[in-house]
Design a protein around this ligand. Structure first.
Ligand code: NAD
Ligand code: MG
Length: 415
């Protein structure tokens, strides 16, 4: 990949066509109105000489998407449905913006794979992000992956689609970005030679010190209050249950081709070390920084270069201390279930993810209690047939069936 967007003009010989190097990298942000989408655009806005926004998508927050269209002037904007598209088009026309407005899943796939796009930021939440993430991988894009659920659902498929098409997957998730930064790079990519363990850090979430009795009465509002990170509602609940870490264990296995046995979760409440890699010679490499997603996003946008992200460097003299503890899977069983699903393989991670999405929605709407979240997932897994995840149809079927099972369990009060 040519790196025309850097500042090292002295590296460009006079014989090279300057035009090519003056081109801006065109970006599609899927899920632009979300927490990751906004952080991405914050970084992009700092580097108008390097990036231009080709397309933005949002689900239902049309007003917010319109504000982003005004600010970033994309060529295309995508929303979920026709009504939203009409509203957005009207707003854009009134302001004289020439944005092509589209709607629906096919439009998402198009902006993820359009020839004009270089970089796709996959920041839709949940399984809804699967098809557009896959589309970007199949189109050989530089894929900045935040949507961990797509990798959990379709790990092998997504990784091999990317490999076949020459797509470069760069992990936005802070832990995976930290691991990526802590692994040696070779001309063929990162390698895992000499690794003893990947130490995946977890803040422990807002309920880390709660007893089981306290967990039994936790409200959505309490569970949403993450101590260190500001994130969307789904991942915030996943952080409170430790399911986020479970999904990240599976994500790490897929991204770095390691087994679940290579991964150890370390609770580190300060969220300063974003993960570590332990090597057989005794070295442990860590990546540190403030808990601000603009750091991993900027790393992925610019890799292998570095750009400013707007995040202040750490001041070590301000740190009271760094602490580490083992995760408690008796109070937070979803972490154990995720390890088990990864070891079971096939469609087990897809089923785990689907049941969890249904359970989290139900928890947010008040129809299940906090401790029932893991029960819904465990019971769905035990009632589901696990098949080899050979193709997309198998994965989509497993996802659909698990959603039905989890919904029935919730409706019938079994879980
Ligand atoms: P969010 O809820 O803040 O934003 C989600 C975005 O997806 C929004 O733009 C929304 O419009 C869009 N969206 C929602 N449902 C959709 C649907 N059905 N179809 C199309 N678009 C839809 O979520 P977030 O916190 O930004 O997280 C996004 C993804 O990034 C998740 O997979 C999450 O696990 C991952 N991630 C987030 C963080 C973080 O700090 N927020 C960190 C690491 C990874
Ligand atoms: Mg993370």
């Amino acid at each position: 990949m040519s790196d025309c967007d850097d500042d090292h003009s002295s590296n460009i010989s006079a014989a090279e066509p300057h035009d090519a190097c003056q081109q801006l990298r065109a970006i599609t942000v899927l899920g632009a109105t979300g927490s990751i989408g906004k952080s991405t655009l914050d970084v992009v806005a700092r580097h108008p000489q390097k990036y231009r926004v080709y397309a933005l998508s949002a689900h239902s927050r049309v007003d917010e998407l319109f504000a982003l269209c005004e600010r970033f002037n994309p060529e295309v904007a995508v929303v979920a449905d026709e009504d939203g598209a009409h509203k957005l088009l009207k707003l854009c026309t009134k302001k004289g913006l020439s944005v092509e407005v589209r709607h629906g899943p096919d439009a998402l796939n198009e902006i993820a794979s359009a020839a004009a796009v270089d970089t796709v930021v996959a920041a839709i939440v949940g399984a809804a992000g699967l098809m557009s993430t896959l589309a970007a991988a199949k189109a050989g894009k530089r894929l900045l992956l935040a949507n961990k659920e797509s990798l959990v659902m379709s790990g092998q498929l997504l990784m091999s689609a990317a490999k076949d098409a020459g797509a470069l997957i760069l992990p936005v998730d802070s832990e995976h970005n930290a691991i990526f930064q802590s692994l040696p790079e070779t001309p063929d990519g990162v390698n895992t030679r000499g690794i003893v363990k990947i130490l995946l850090t977890a803040s422990g979430g807002p309920l880390r010190n709660c007893t089981v009795e306290q967990l039994s009465v936790v409200t959505a509002q309490q569970a949403l209050k993450h101590p260190n990170w500001s994130m969307g509602p789904k991942i915030s609940i996943d952080s409170a249950t430790l399911m986020n870490k479970g999904l990240e264990v599976i994500e790490a296995c897929q991204l770095f081709s390691v087994s679940a046995d290579t991964i150890e979760v370390v609770v580190h409440p300060e969220s300063i070390i974003h993960s570590m890699v332990s090597y057989e010679d005794g070295s442990v490499l860590a990546q540190m920084g403030r808990p601000d997603m603009r750091t991993p996003i900027a790393h992925c946008l610019a890799w292998p270069e570095r750009i400013q992200s707007g995040v202040e460097p750490l001041n070590f003299f301000d740190l009271a201390g760094l602490h580490f503890e083992k995760p408690d899977t008796s109070r937070f069983p979803l972490l154990r279930l995720a390890f088990e699903a990864q070891r079971a393989g096939g469609t087990a991670p897809t089923i785990l993810n689907a049941a969890n999405e249904i359970a989290v929605e139900a928890f947010l709407s008040g129809s299940v209690a906090f401790l029932q979240l893991s029960q819904v997932v465990e019971e769905t897994l035990s009632r589901s047939k696990i098949s080899p995840a050979v193709d997309l149809t198998t994965i989509i079927d497993a996802d659909k069936n698990a959603r039905e099972t989890a919904t029935n369990l919730i409706n019938s009060g079994v879980a």
